[in-house]
Structures are given as structure tokens and as C-alpha cells.
Design a binder for this molecule. Structure first.
Ligand SMILES: [Mg+2]
Length: 247
């Protein structure tokens, strides 16, 4: 019988990055099979595209914003600054956001529906933790039968007439290190002992610790830096499904 080792890597969240980087793929796989909660990044992980880039394209400022997104991914500007600057270029109205969701709904990555279903069947709690926008991420959550209170993302604000009014700066996901904070909050609120984070980006990798394990996802885009630092890097959700079928 497989013995779960959820406390192996970060028993008191005090394990250093250096120690975690020595985690083997087999250890990460075991933590994944035993997880009591799995947090997914959304953009380029659960969905094929970057939500903010799609919104920018839809609002006619795609190129300027894509450039800033790349900078934000590279970590050369703070997440908050990058978000704020991109949104001040996009200045989307409520109507534009609604129309984007209707006309160009986010495209789910193949296999994610089956994977989330399987996790739910095993009573694993599934969360979406995104630096993107709640209105878009909620749409994704609904398609995956993930409860809306399991969504952590940024909130856009609008004036009464529907014009862009900024974003809610108090959300943890609006700041650098926000995903780590969300995972710590989940540990405290639900008492999870073994949370696994899955994502394509540097901000996802940074969430471990406090997450017990990180799985790099390269099914939509491969970020070399993340790939190199991931003890287990997958290019499809089928690989994760297969792992769950082992027990
Ligand atoms: Mg992402």
C-alpha cells in the first residue's frame, strides 16, 4: 500500500527553497496522489490563453499589453505594477468584459475537465488561484463544477455607468507573492495538510512552499525557467490523470 508523506517536504513550512528544489519527481507524484487540495493556476494552465491578453485584444490594445504580460512573467516588474499598468491601457468597460465572455469564452485545456472530475470523485478540494479576473475565472469554474467560493482572483471595479474604475487592490492575488498567501490562507481556513499547486508560471512556482508540492504545466506554453525548477513537469493533464489511476 502507498504511504502518504504529505508532511515530508514542508512539515512546518520551514523547508527552504534549496531543499524543495531537491524534491524528486517521485516525491512530487506521491504528494499529488495524496493531496487533500489541489490549486490550479488558470491562464495558460486551465485555459489555453492569457485572459488579460484576450481582454486587451478584444479592446483593441493587444500588442502593448502582451509586451507587459511577458515582462510581468519574467519578474522584472512587480505583479501589482504590471497589472495596474496593463489595466490602465485596457480600461475595459463592464459591457466589454461581458461581451468577451459571450463572444470569445475561455478555451479549456484538453483533459482539465476529466482531471477535475476525477479529483472531485476522490473528495479532493479543487481551487482556482489566478492573477486574472474573477469575472472570467468564475466562468471557467462553472464549466468545471468548481464552487465559486473556491475561486481566488482579481476583481475589476466599474463605475455606475459601466466604465472601468480600477481593480480591488485588497485581493491577495493583486500583489507579488499573492498565490503563496492564498495557499497559506487555505491551510489556515480548511486545515489542509497537503496542498499541491499546478501552473505554468513563475508566480505558481513561488507558491511552493507553502504548498507541499508544485507541478509545472507546459501544455500550452513552456516557460524554461519554470521547467528547469520543477521536480515534475508535465505537458498534458493526461499525465496527471494517469498518476491518479495508480491508486
Ligand atoms: Mg498561468
Amino acid at each position: 500500500m502507498t504511504v502518504c508523506v504529505p508532511r515530508l517536504l514542508c512539515s512546518s513550512c520551514s523547508v527552504s527553497r534549496a531543499q524543495l528544489s531537491m524534491t524528486t519527481a517521485a516525491q512530487t507524484q506521491e504528494l499529488f496522489r495524496c493531496a487533500d487540495a489541489v490549486c490550479f493556476d488558470v491562464d495558460s494552465t486551465v485555459i489555453r490563453e492569457e485572459g488579460i491578453d484576450e481582454l486587451a485584444k478584444f479592446c483593441g490594445v493587444g500588442d502593448a499589453v502582451t509586451e507587459m504580460t511577458l515582462k510581468a512573467m519574467g519578474g522584472s516588474v512587480s505583479f501589482h505594477t504590471a497589472l495596474s499598468e496593463r489595466l490602465s491601457i485596457i480600461k475595459c468597460s463592464r459591457e466589454q468584459v461581458n461581451k468577451l465572455i459571450t463572444d470569445h469564452p475561455p478555451q479549456l485545456t484538453p483533459g482539465i475537465k476529466e482531471l477535475v472530475e476525477k479529483l472531485h470523485q476522490r473528495s479532493v478540494k479543487v481551487f482556482l488561484v489566478s492573477g486574472g479576473f474573477r469575472c472570467i475565472v468564475e466562468h471557467v469554474a462553472s464549466q468545471l463544477s468548481i464552487p465559486l467560493h473556491h475561486v481566488y482572483a482579481n476583481r475589476l471595479k466599474f463605475f455606475f455607468n459601466g466604465e472601468y474604475a480600477g481593480f480591488d487592490e485588497s485581493q491577495p492575488t493583486a500583489q507579488s507573492g499573492g498565490k503563496s498567501r492564498v495557499i497559506s490562507m487555505l491551510q489556515e481556513e480548511y486545515g489542509f495538510r497537503n496542498i499541491v499547486m499546478i501552473g505554468d508560471g513563475a508566480t505558481d512556482l513561488e507558491a511552493c512552499p507553502p504548498a507541499s508540492a508544485f507541478i509545472g504545466f507546459g501544455g500550452n506554453v513552456v516557460r524554461q525557467q519554470v521547467k528547469e525548477k520543477s521536480s515534475w513537469y508535465v505537458s498534458s493533464f493526461g499525465e496527471l490523470l494517469k498518476e491518479l489511476e495508480k491508486i
